[in-house]
Each structure stands twice: as structure tokens, then as C-alpha cells.
Design a protein around this ligand. Structure first.
Ligand code: IMP
Ligand code: MG
Length: 195
């Protein structure tokens, strides 16, 4: 194939990639926890057809796997937001880049998020979605960074509570890379900066 991208020719095994650190959440732990979350959602929404709203792009792997553990007629929709800020910190100013296709009026909506850090992105999203008159609005976050939120976010479902380190894998990226790792790992970076 012609055409090369930086780093495209070498993709070391994650264990041998110098910018990746320890496994924070293993593939096996993810699989176990997703089955639990799916069972919990199935019980909580019995008799209803919830609409899962995936916040692109980080939550796409999570939602795809979670949806298969929910034994209900779910619907899936996607939205993309971009938050102004640096590569690793959100400013709280959020813009909708891709909106939902499905009308939320009267629906039981579950927002599926990859990670809640400052909580600013989620805060903005919830305000925006609540204004569309859903019957109910809940959040299922795969990860919650402990102690980073000014106000404790109202999360109906949380996969894992983790310490404040920058992580990648299973949907989470740094500069769009590492989303396809099966485990969630700490990101060390080439200059050792993990801020
Ligand atoms: P918040 O608005 O500070 O809660 O940031 C939430 C968003 O920042 C998440 O949806 C992620 O896209 C991104 N983010 C926060 N922490 C990490 C991380 O450790 N790794 C990768 N992305 C992160
Ligand atoms: Mg995200």
C-alpha cells in the first residue's frame, strides 16, 4: 500500500510500547463489568425501550459492547461534541458537532459516556438533552475520575472509579490513537508528561 502516516509502520504490542504504562482496567474486568451494567439496565428499564445516546468518539466501543448486554429493545443514536481546551483538559465550552437523529420527546434516554473527568462536558450535555423533553434522562459512564468534579455528577451507572491519571484504550485516545486497545492503560507520553 502506498501512503504512510506517522507511526503507521510500527505498532508494537501494548506491553512493549514505551508510551503506555500499566493496565488500569483489563479486558477481562471490562467484560465482567459490562455484563453487570447490562443486567442492571435491563432490570431497571424492564418494559421500556431505552434510547442509548453515545457520545462520540470515546464511548463508541463501550456502547457497542454494552448494548449487547441489554436484553431490551434498545435504540442507538450518536452525538459528537467538541470541547475547547488543550489535548488533555476540557475548558467547559462545548459545541455540538453532530446532533442526534432521533427525537428525544417522551423517550427514556441513557447517555453513554466514556469518562467523566471535570464533568463539564457531561454537565453541558445533560442541560442540552433535558431541554428536549425526554421522559427520563440517565447517565451510564464507563469511568469516573475520582475527586475531579466540583459538583458530584448524578450518574445512574458507573463502570469504574479511577484515580486521576491520563488513560487510553477501549475508545479513549490521545491524538486519535490507542482507541483500539483492548485494555485501558495509563499514557506516559514520549516526554513523560501525563498532565
Ligand atoms: P470533562 O469535560 O473534563 O469531564 O472531560 C470529558 C472528556 O475528556 C471525555 O469524554 C474524554 O473525551 C476526555 N478525557 C478526559 N479524561 C481523559 C483521559 O484520561 N483519557 C482520554 N480522554 C479523556
Ligand atoms: Mg468523550
Amino acid at each position: 500500500m502506498s501512503g504512510t502516516l506517522a507511526g503507521a509502520s510500527s505498532f508494537p504490542h501494548p506491553d512493549d510500547d514505551p508510551v503506555l504504562g500499566d493496565i488500569v482496567v483489563s479486558q477481562e474486568a471490562l467484560e465482567r463489568r459490562l455484563a453487570e451494567l447490562g443486567a442492571q439496565i435491563t432490570a431497571d428499564y424492564a418494559g421500556r425501550a431505552p434510547l442509548l445516546v453515545c457520545v462520540l468518539k470515546g464511548a463508541v466501543l463501550f456502547m457497542a459492547d454494552l448494548a449487547r448486554h441489554i436484553r431490551l429493545p434498545v435504540e442507538l443514536d450518536f452525538m459528537a461534541v467538541s470541547s475547547y481546551g488543550t489535548a488533555t483538559k476540557t475548558s467547559g465550552v462545548v459545541r455540538i458537532v453532530k446532533d442526534l437523529d432521533i427525537d428525544l420527546g417522551g423517550r427514556d434516554v441513557i447517555v453513554v459516556e466514556d469518562i467523566v473527568d471535570s464533568g463539564l462536558t457531561l454537565n453541558y450535555l445533560l442541560k442540552n438533552l433535558a431541554a428536549r423533553n425526554p421522559a427520563s434522562l440517565a447517565v451510564c459512564a464507563l469511568l469516573l475520575k475520582e475527586g475531579q468534579q466540583k459538583v458530584e455528577p448524578d450518574l445512574a451507572y458507573v463502570g469504574f472509579r479511577i484515580a486521576n491519571t491520563f488513560i487510553v484504550g477501549y475508545g479513549l485516545d490521545v491524538a486519535e490513537r490507542y482507541r483500539n486497545l483492548r485494555d485501558i492503560r495509563t499514557y506516559i507520553g514520549s516526554d513523560g508528561d501525563d498532565s
